[in-house]
Design a protein around this ligand. Sequence first.
Ligand code: ADP
Ligand code: MG
Length: 263
Amino acid sequence: MSAPLVNLRGLTVSYAGSLLPALAGIDLDIGRGETLAVIGESGSGKSTLALALAGLLPDDATVAGRIDWPGFEHQPRPGRDIGFVFQDPGASLNPVRRVGAQVAEVARAHLGLSRHAARGHALDLFRRVRLPEPEAAFRAFPHQLSGGQRQRVAIAAAIAAGPKLLIADEPTSALDTIVQARIVALLSELVAEAGMTLVFITHDIALASGFAGRVGVLDRGRLVEAGPIAAVLAAPRDAYTRMLLSCHIGLDTPPLVGARAAS
Ligand code: ADP
Ligand code: MG
């Protein structure tokens, strides 16, 4: 692994009123410039890990253990040093404001740009995230864009301040398969271009396998496996990882080949 950006030691997160912690004793190092996939079923703690890293946990969450940031001189600030892409781009976009102004505002807030410079920066970002007709998209309201285009706008806002770390929490789950693949391609291009670290959260290991270097597997708040994604896919050590993989093989492999041949 490259020089570490962030080290998690015994990270434990509990929500008020829950009997079991949402994350229990996570030890994990994330290297500069690497793409780490985090996979696990719904409820396994993926979003809690993403929010803990970004410093965005809700008030009812109690944190124990450590998050150390050797890759930063100061405590990283969400929005400035850490970009966040949510599953539903609607959640991060104001429905009654033009999307260009929203992205320009992020640039103004974090980079202290003038109104004019922020507008230019946002337009440039719209080109980088490959929005078709960036000028027209700039003036659009969220509902005038497709789901994939809205997610591109949300990605533009997330990288507007030039963060070192980008966290994407199931950014493609609400999109159809072809758009999913395009957004994943865009994310891997952007992180390669900027040397950003990407934490890509998904329940879809097949989607992650194409571009992540390492993978961490969460099961009920515990990190049950972590390693190079090719090695984990080829020889998962943990029973839960094997179960996750077999679900996907079940989905992706044409079923009953023998039976079909026989019919
Ligand atoms: P995932 O993203 O993998 O679906 P989450 O991190 O959202 O998992 O949730 C992990 C566990 O924490 C679940 O049991 C969930 O119900 C619980 N949880 C998540 N957010 C909250 C919250 N704000 N308050 C109470 N419990 C929560
Ligand atoms: Mg989640």
